[in-house]
Design a protein around this ligand. Sequence first.
Ligand SMILES: Cc1cc2nc3c(=O)[nH]c(=O)nc-3n(C[C@H](O)[C@H](O)[C@H](O)COP(=O)(O)O)c2cc1C
Length: 220
Amino acid sequence: MILVEECKLFPHTLIFIIPSFLISLLRSFPPSLIPSFPEFRHGLRYCVRERYSARMFKPDPVPGETLARILELAQHTPSWCNCQPWQLVITCGEATERFRGAIYEHARSGAKPQPDFPFPSAYLGAYRERRKVCGVQLYQALGIGKDDRAAAAEQSLENFRLFGAPHVAIVTTDEALGVYGAIDCGLYVANFLLAARNFGVDTIAQAALASYPDFIRSFF
Ligand SMILES: Cc1cc2nc3c(=O)[nH]c(=O)nc-3n(C[C@H](O)[C@H](O)[C@H](O)COP(=O)(O)O)c2cc1C
């Protein structure tokens, strides 16, 4: 898919004859030297390998043009019957701050999570192990002791501060599409994260926000 994006930049007749070494060469140029070819900055391998879940963000807003490019790329996600059933609300500036403040207070008040799709009922075997390793690594990186439940709970609440991110994208779909709409949204989210990585923007997917769908619906 990324190759198709790249090829769009060339006259149609050249699409099939760009040698791969030329693509590699262009990718190795500093982005400043190829301002009109930003899609050449990274390949799929780079985006998949280098994407990671960021849990601390700079407050600087992502330029509107970059957001538009990410959305344009992610929009090529395949979907059941080509419904493209993902709908997005993306906050900027004051809107992010209002949402951050409101959902943080809601979560901190001890509101009971009521996700539209039930959260996993159990993590068994390898899933339990991987989940544990993931938590241990996070708390170790943050210097949180394994018995310090208060600090762990505080860190968990950082989800509702959006980890300091300047934007949040809420992805929703039509209830009538059921689980298949949700699968399409999952594919979309994956591509969105990779597209963001391609344009130098860090991200994190947050199931934590799906704890309070009624609150989010009424907020927006
Ligand atoms: C659907 C989904 C929901 C997630 N929800 C959360 C979340 O609520 N909070 C969080 O800190 N990380 C969340 N993550 C991030 C995962 O913990 C992370 O992807 C995983 O540990 C692998 O690490 P990596 O993304 O850095 O490769 C979520 C990831 C996915 C795909």
